[in-house]
Design a protein. Structure first.
Length: 200
């Protein structure tokens, strides 16, 4: 997702991937805070599948551009945070499984752990705003195992939902910053330098 790494053959796919991220964050906000009806849970399959295609494709394009960190983050997130839950909800809706909640809890343990690990390379390769987005997602998803495994207070779902909403809004901001950078040739909206700057 390195914003300044541009190649003529492939454009920067980060805005596409960030838009998909914002969409699924808004969906999870509605579900976790009880603002979506129970039957709306099964719509996660549609939105999650669309988001997964966008994020995995953005990841592949990043790999093509030589951005291993951005490609890994996008592709992993698209698979584990979007496509996996989407297919789980589809299996629930069709009666193949009674509930995917417990398995979701363990998957979110892994996903949050991966996001915490991604912070290490992201602190040097990504702008501060994108680093903050990954950190916010890592923290909010770290709460979800307690929710899905029913081992924590119920307000954790509400807190995680609001944190995901903020994550989605931050994703929209960074998406807009990248696109205005493409249009004007400079950053109209600041994204910040990497947290750890390379030694000169």
């Amino acid at each position: 997702m390195e914003i300044d790494k541009m190649e003529k053959e492939w454009g920067n796919p980060a805005p596409w991937g960030l838009g998909a991220l914002a969409m699924i964050c808004f969906c999870f906000f509605a579900l976790l805070t009880g603002r979506a009806a129970e039957e709306a849970h099964h719509l996660v399959f549609a939105w999650g599948t669309v988001g997964a295609i966008s994020q995995i494709a953005a990841g592949i394009i990043n790999f093509k551009r030589g951005d291993v960190i951005g490609g890994t983050i996008f592709a992993t997130f698209g698979a584990l945070f979007m496509l996996g839950p989407a297919l789980g909800h589809l299996m629930e809706a069709t009666g193949l499984v009674e509930s995917a909640g417990t398995m979701d809890g363990y998957v979110f343990i892994l996903l949050s752990l991966l996001l915490w690990c991604y912070l290490v390379p992201a602190s040097r390769s990504e702008p501060l705003s994108l680093f903050a987005l990954i950190a916010l997602l890592a923290f909010s998803l770290s709460l979800l195992p307690f929710v899905f495994l029913a081992i924590g207070p119920t307000w954790l779902a509400e807190l995680s939902g609001w944190l995901l909403l903020i994550s989605g809004l931050l994703g929209v901001y960074i998406m807009t910053a990248i696109m205005t950078h493409e249009a004007y040739g400079r950053f109209v909206l600041p994204v910040g330098p990497p947290l750890v700057r390379p030694k000169q």
